[in-house]
Unconditional design. Structure first.
Length: 312
């Protein structure tokens, strides 16, 4: 009998994780804050993905329409997606009729397993990213989250999103096809309320993550978001942005990381030394700053060393 890779991975979970899973009784309990008329924000934990938080670290948004609720970013697992769907029905009186995935990362995308793929929409670039990396992300999430991930499979969105105006259930949206945090980053402006759903192109009081980042593309996308008139901004992580500061804060962190790591390589620091460099006081309010600096070192250092260090 040929075993599936998922079965092999589950059988090979480390003993401590297995012991935790045996006692597992966790349940997602997402909470929503109404931030505008017919629009709610669901906050994720300002932490790294871990068993204790069930991977529920990304923000989601719920929008009421006549044709059903719109769910922007369905969470990390099938059970997380189901919990968000139940919350959307409670808030709006209607089941989820459309799901948007902002980008490929599992904390935003894998909860699509709770929904019919026919109602799941994303940029073509995001579908391609999920086809390439989805199974690898799934394996990693099963290792990290164990029982939280039960029944979760990679769902490829069947609805293509294109730049421009979109309508669902009588509600008008402006969709933006961007990139930089990943190869395909969807942002959505709810025109009725002027609320911009930015996905992980914008972090607020939480340090940005960079595993698939192209910093020039990211900055160009931030320029476009800043030029889009809006009243409120829901970031991919962190609290609601009411004063317009989150885009500039994200840009500032990315610029600092890029220059700091460039200088660290030029001065001969190794990766461990670069990860312990001082973080400027202006970033003192950012959650996970040290964690994300060290992750960015791992993401960017090999390329920078290849570019900057002399060939032997």
């Amino acid at each position: 009998m040929k075993l599936q890779r998922r079965a092999l991975l589950l059988a090979g979970l480390l003993a401590p994780a297995a012991a935790i899973a045996e006692q597992f009784a966790g349940k997602y309990n997402p909470l929503a804050e109404q931030v505008a008329d017919g629009l709610w924000m669901v906050r994720g934990a300002d932490e790294a993905i871990g068993f204790a938080n069930g991977g529920a670290i990304a923000n989601s948004a719920i929008i009421a329409t006549d044709a059903g609720a719109v769910l922007f970013d369905p969470g990390v697992s099938r059970e997380h997606g189901r919990a968000l769907g139940a919350l959307a029905q409670k808030l709006t009186g209607k089941a989820v009729g459309r799901v948007y995935i902002s980008h490929l990362h599992p904390d935003h995308a894998m909860g699509a397993a709770a929904f019919d793929p026919a109602i799941v929409h994303a940029l073509p670039a995001t579908r391609a990213d999920l086809e390439r990396d989805g199974e690898g992300f799934s394996d990693a999430m099963y290792r990290l989250l164990a029982d939280w991930m039960k029944g979760t499979a990679v769902v490829l969105p069947q609805g293509d999103v294109t730049e421009g105006q979109a309508e669902f259930g009588g509600r008008q949206f402006r969709l933006m096809a961007l990139k930089g945090h990943s190869g395909g980053d969807l942002a959505l402006l709810d025109e009725a309320t002027g609320t911009l759903l930015a996905g992980d192109l914008v972090f607020h009081d939480r340090a940005p993550s960079t595993p698939h980042a192209s910093l020039p593309d990211w900055r160009a996308s931030l320029d476009r978001l800043a030029a889009m008139p809006h009243k409120l901004l829901v970031p991919g992580h962190g609290p609601l942005d009411r004063d317009g500061s989150a885009i500039a804060q994200t840009r500032d962190w990315l610029g600092w990381v890029e220059q700091t790591l460039h200088d660290a390589v030029a001065h001969g620091l190794d990766m461990s030394e670069a990860g312990e460099l001082p973080i400027p006081p202006r970033f003192s309010t950012l959650k996970a700053a040290r964690y994300e600096l060290q992750r960015s070192v791992s993401h960017f250092y090999p390329r920078l060393e290849a570019e900057l260090l002399p060939k032997l």
